[in-house]
Design a protein around this ligand. Sequence first.
Ligand code: MRU
Length: 348
Amino acid sequence: MDSILDYETVGYDKEKRALVIIDQTKLPNEIEFISLRAAEDIWDAIYELKVRGAPAIGVAAAIGLAVLAGQIETNDKVVFLEEVERQKDYLVSSRPTAVNLSWALDRMMQVCHGQKKSSVEEVKEMLLMEALAIKREDIEVCRKIGEFGLTLLKPGDGILTHCNAGQLATCKYGTATAPVYLGHERGYGFRLFVDETRPLLQGARLTAFELYSAGIDVTLLCDNMSASIMQKGLVQAVLVGCDRVAANGDTANKIGTSVVAAVAKQYHVPFYVCAPTSTIDFGTPTGEEIVIEQRKPEEVSHMWYQKPMTVEGVKIYNPAFDVTSHHLITGFITEKGIVKTPAELCLS
Ligand code: MRU
């Protein structure tokens, strides 16, 4: 099997002038690339989780906006900027929780507004350059998270992760998986435990696939098994990603993350959040202010089952994320170093 690490999660096709993504809804059974040029298709790809994971969403939206800007037919700068702003507002509405989406799109808009003397054609080119820079920086950030994270781990450690904060959620290495991939290259012999991550199975379909195809020792767990393996002493660290970290350290990540954090606390296992600084939102004081995306009930009742797995009409609760209290988090592994709270980053 090819390693999924050989493929680009998110890219730009120069000839087609299109955003290119791996359609993650088809994984692990099919590796299919799709090219997107229409605003509705890019919005749907983000909403339907064809591209997902906070950093990958940010990069996809940035490249998507550059692709859309490239199709605006006007030489009038004011008309052009209004149209780019409209497309940006549309893309940002696709998912509310991951801050990287608005962070990347705001960065793109700064390029637009900072170029007072440039022509429409020049701004189009600059937007593409900026989107590709965001992508390159994501790779660099993930690698640094990997290097810092590795300093916390020992050869042979058991590591538990939830959801997919892997290469498929970023442009390379992942965040929570970056220390694992770097350690694997250096012979650390980690043992990975991956929660299946109900209801959309990002752990089972994506993380287990990534790690297995990279030759890493990986064991898939149902979401209710973390206490069982921590009780047995099989886990030395939990590494997870994040979608938005509030200023006080409360962290939104895939639904179920806070359960793992509470279990880890119970069994004295360190719980680390791997956090690009682009995912830290100093404008949000605590987890209470983080908007949590609610998704369709069918994701719980119908998806993955030949027949509905519950009685029709029963109430279904389907938040995509939960917030882990900062009290349960041992530290944040960022590209700038390991910190106990986000506030330490402002001092460095
Ligand atoms: O709904 P998803 O699949 O986009 O959720 C993804 C997660 O919760 C990841 O853990 C998070 O985005 C971090 S990715 C490096």
